[in-house]
Ligand binder design. Structure first.
Ligand code: GCB
Length: 890
């Protein structure tokens, strides 16, 4: 910077400092020290309740009840109260409470009177509390907030595959502003709206529109200043005579050589807008907004263009919860999510299925992530005026609150709205419902286009092409999003590409985004033979490989947005990790899974290499004759070929295919060191991993690899590493002499599913080993371990997987049933170990309850090389076994 410029910058900073001096605006958070009471009571009676507890905002009352074994979680009212100081110096100002979000209805009381209310759990709102406050007395203002997350037919979302955690779960602020201020009463907007009607490489125009609160008849000057870092680059003013005209519009016609905002170079400018009292020169209000110069368009044949250049949008959706915290995540966690997406190589965030904390889009602006935002109309609508009005109100809130983010390019609404249409048995009535959906869509569409003609609109649908087309939902929005799961919930993996091509053929003028695709990946489950719905990390990789390739190969696919950035809470889900949807590329506490590494390898341009074990540091299995365990392992890299050294020995070099190199790794018992390297000449990268292998000898009496312990997930062909006790469970095998395994029976399979080829999908209570208990051998006659003599502890695990009750059909469980009562048949059996009765008459009438874990640990002394022979003898129905563990004591 030359000297002249530096002086100018210093002068400017001084001027800014002065100009804000005397400004009549004070804002601070009031998150600390609230008292909380949970219960459906009324105001002011609630204040007489005894069981108030001290809490901090953000807060949710559903942090723990979502993860317990009892289905459901508290959906009702929660109350928050605190006293605040409103100083005398605020007497001539307006005082507001600013809520960033509370789920899902809120009523605010101040000093005994109702001050305001809000509907909807995901948008911000302001409550003007000026008429109710007392100025000056120390802590004399009592603020009480009722938040309620009960189901309400007129408020979206009605149903969805995520948990509707209740509470005051985002920051709360108090703000005192001059009577004359930027309008903040309208849909929680900031009163200043910025657009860039023209942007080219050489020139840009900027339009700043806004409204000032009504009240005093005053002459004011609105000033808008565009700042690049610390340098003021343009300034414009407009005079207003308030109450005659409270609306301003300032145009900058000629911003020269704007530094463009892009995903690689997210250059941000600042627009500072102030209101000055013409008479006194006093600054009454001031607001700063980010400004990015960019232009963009979608094309039905060629996808997306940013600043005139083609850009494939690749990224993920985000839900806002975190392990053990419900939705009460700090700003840092929310911002870190955007960083994680960027570090993955992503350039797009679908803020799904609802608007999120303001810091999320701020981070997108800063980091260069493009975004879509949507309101939470999910799966279904209610055909009522109130429902429609609430939806439209939310859409306006979303747009006005997030209008100034350069990262936002799409406003969306209605996720998979025809997923489970009601009136299945009444065709005519159903058609009326479809018309109501289309009508509401059109109304929201019209509002969106008139609120913001500068962005695109989108509806994300599920894969029923014909239905959405017929109802009109592919015509109404400017962009069509498809949430596709071929090869997961149904169909085959190659059905995905076929669907893309069908869209392009049938709707050649409609740009298309893949707004969702994903497969469950439980980080604890691994398979050498991954298959659909086994929830293994490996199947998810196969799935993502096919999908990413199909999208990259087709220029007309504008975007591929993986479902989901991180695992998230979905209370109704059973599955291997109950109440969690684990389609995340990261775990719910944001550990990278292999699928995250897969995207890094495919998207990052700087050299990348990582050994993929999805956070495992233990492997195990049956050793070969040389006491070595051979196991498949993937290394992820954007380099062409990879070397892997295992315990000092170099394996054959492998080429990468779509970022993955496959190795067959020989593990020895105990610690193993793996070093992967790649690159040549200029680039050299390396990744190292230390990993423990727990080997089980093939012959249990082996002298070279003495038997120590084994855990087997019966009726299963996956490996399961339990997080809590670091026990590795092995796939089952048939008994061979000298070894171990089952005798007789068959793998448990649900009757009414085309989806799941083994195991059940019910949550198991009383255990954290759900995947072990969810698989089973039915009709098993024996289980043998040909172990040497010694003292052992044997543990048998059982859970009844059939139910006498019809299971609830879950919204996302398309065309599938869960455990079904027709299958249920009573069972009663004995377990006999080495000829002696061990467990007698185990059955449904006693300890074997549906969906409940039960285990028996039995000490056994083996003598005379007789090994362990377990017999299962049926008395009524069929025998079962879900898991088995054997540990040598000495
Ligand atoms: C969908 C939904 C999303 C679910 C996802 C899934 O299509 O839009 O809310 O979480 O599928 O994992 O089933």
């Amino acid at each position: 910077m030359n000297n002249k410029k530096r002086w100018f910058t210093i002068l400017l900073s001084v001027l800014f400092a002065f100009s804000t001096f005397g400004q009549e605006k004070t804002t601070f958070s009031i998150n600390s020290n609230w008292d909380f009471f949970k219960g459906n009571v009324t105001y002011p009676e609630v204040l007489n309740q005894k069981n108030w507890e001290k809490v901090q905002i953000p807060h949710s009352w559903n942090k723990t009840d979502v993860n317990d074994d009892t289905p459901g979680y508290y959906r009702g009212a929660g109350w928050y109260t605190k006293t605040v100081n409103i100083p005398k110096t605020w007497e001539n100002r307006d005082v507001y409470l600013l809520f960033e979000g509370a789920n899902q209805t809120t009523e605010v009381f101040v000093n005994g009177k109702k001050a305001g209310s809000h509907i909807g759990g995901y948008t911000a709102f302001t409550i003007n509390i000026t008429p109710f406050v007392k100025f000056g007395d120390e802590k004399s203002n009592e603020i009480t907030v009722k938040v309620d997350n009960s189901y309400q037919a007129d408020i979206p979302p009605l149903t969805a595959d995520f948990t509707f955690f209740g509470g005051l779960y985002r920051d709360v602020f108090i703000s005192a502003v001059a009577k004359t201020h930027f309008e903040i009463d309208q849909y929680g907007g900031k009163g200043v709206f910025i657009t860039t009607p023209l942007v080219t490489n050489d020139k840009a125009t900027v339009k700043i529109k806004g409204t000032i609160s009504k009240g005093t008849e005053q002459e004011v000057i609105v000033t808008a200043t565009i700042v690049d870092q610390n340098t003021k680059i343009a300034k414009q003013q407009q005079k207003l005579k308030l109450n005659t005209n409270n609306v301003f519009e300032i145009d900058f016609q000629d911003i020269k050589n704007p530094k463009l905002w892009s995903t690689d170079t997210p250059n941000l400018y600042q627009v500072i807008t102030t209101i000055t009292d013409k008479k006194t020169g006093k600054i009454l209000d001031e607001i700063s907004n980010s400004l990015g110069f960019r232009w963009f368009n979608f094309d039905a044949d060629n996808g997306f263009f940013l600043n005139g250049k083609s850009l494939k949008l690749i990224g993920a959706s985000r839900h806002q919860d975190f392990k053990g915290m419900a939705n009460t995540v700090s700003n840092e966690i929310a911002i870190n999510d955007v960083h994680l997406l960027k570090k993955m190589g992503g350039n797009f965030l679908r803020v799904a299925h609802y608007p999120q904390d303001p810091v999320v889009l701020e981070a997108c602006d800063r980091l260069g992530i493009l975004a879509s935002v949507e309101i939470p109309i999910v799966n279904a609508i209610t055909e009522s005026e109130a429902f429609s009005e609430n939806c439209k109100y939310m859409q306006r809130e979303m747009i006005r609150q997030n209008f100034n983010h350069p990262s936002v390019i799409i406003w969306a609404y209605m996720n998979e709205i025809l997923l489970r249409p009601p009136f299945g048995n009444d065709k005519d009535r159903r058609e009326i419902y479809f018309k109501s959906v289309a009508k509401l869509a059109q109304e929201i569409e019209d509002i969106t286009r008139s609120e913001d003609p500068t962005r695109y609109t989108m509806i994300p649908n599920h894969g029923s092409f014909e239905l959405y087309n017929r109802v009109g939902l592919t015509k109404i929005p400017m962009l069509v999003g498809w949430n596709l799961y071929q090869g997961w919930y149904g169909g085959k993996l190659d059905g995905f590409a076929a669907y893309l091509d069908m869209h392009h053929k049938e709707l050649p003028n409609k740009p298309l985004l893949i707004t969702e695709y994903g497969a469950d990946a439980d980080i604890r489950l691994h398979s050498n033979n991954p298959i659909r719905f086994d929830k293994s990390v490996e199947y998810a990789i196969d799935y993502h490989q096919v999908y990413l390739k199909a999208m990259l190969d087709r220029p007309f696919v504008a975007a591929g947005i993986a479902w989901n950035l991180a695992d998230f809470s979905s209370e109704e889900r059973a599955e291997t990790d109950p109440s969690i949807n684990n389609k995340g590329l990261l775990t719910i506490d944001r550990k990278p899974k292999d699928s995250y590494l897969f995207y890094q390898a495919n998207l990052l341009t700087k050299p990348f290499l990582k050994i993929g074990l999805s956070g495992r540091n233990i492997v195990g299995g049956v050793a070969n004759a040389n006491d070595i365990l051979e196991q498949q392992l993937k290394v992820y890299s954007n380099q062409k070929s990879i070397s892997l050294t295992v315990n000092g020995k170099k394996l054959d070099m492998q080429s990468t295919v779509m970022g993955c190199a496959n190795f067959n790794v020989p593990f020895k018992q105990g610690e193993n060191t793996l070093i992967a390297t790649a690159g040549d000449g200029d680039v050299f990268i390396q990744d190292q991993l230390s990993i423990t292998a727990n080997l089980v000898p093939e012959q249990l009496a082996s002298k070279t690899l003495p038997f120590d312990e084994i855990n087997v997930s019966v009726g299963d062909n996956r490996y399961f590493l339990s997080e809590e006790d670091k026990q590795l469970w092995l796939p089952d095998q048939e008994y061979k002499v000298g070894s171990w395994g089952y005798i007789g029976g068959k793998v448990f399979q649900l009757a009414d599913t085309a989806r799941q080829s083994f195991g059940s999908n019910i949550a198991i209570s009383g255990t954290l080993l759900d995947p072990v208990y969810q698989t089973q051998r039915v009709g098993i006659t024996g289980y043998n371990f040909d172990v040497p003599d010694g003292k052992y502890n044997l543990t048998l695990h059982f859970a009844e997987l059939l139910s006498t009750e019809e299971q609830k059909t879950l919204a996302y469980n398309l065309s599938d049933k869960t455990a079904n009562k027709d299958q249920f048949a009573e069972r009663l059996f004995d377990v006999i170990i080495n000829g002696k009765p061990a467990i007698e008459r185990l059955g449904n009438k006693n300890e074997l309850k549906s969906g409940q874990a039960i285990s028996y640990t039995i000490p056994i002394i083996v003598t005379n090389q007789s090994g362990i022979k377990i017999n299962f003898t049926p008395i009524l129905g069929e025998t079962i076994l879900n898991g088995i563990q054997l540990k040598k004591c000495y």
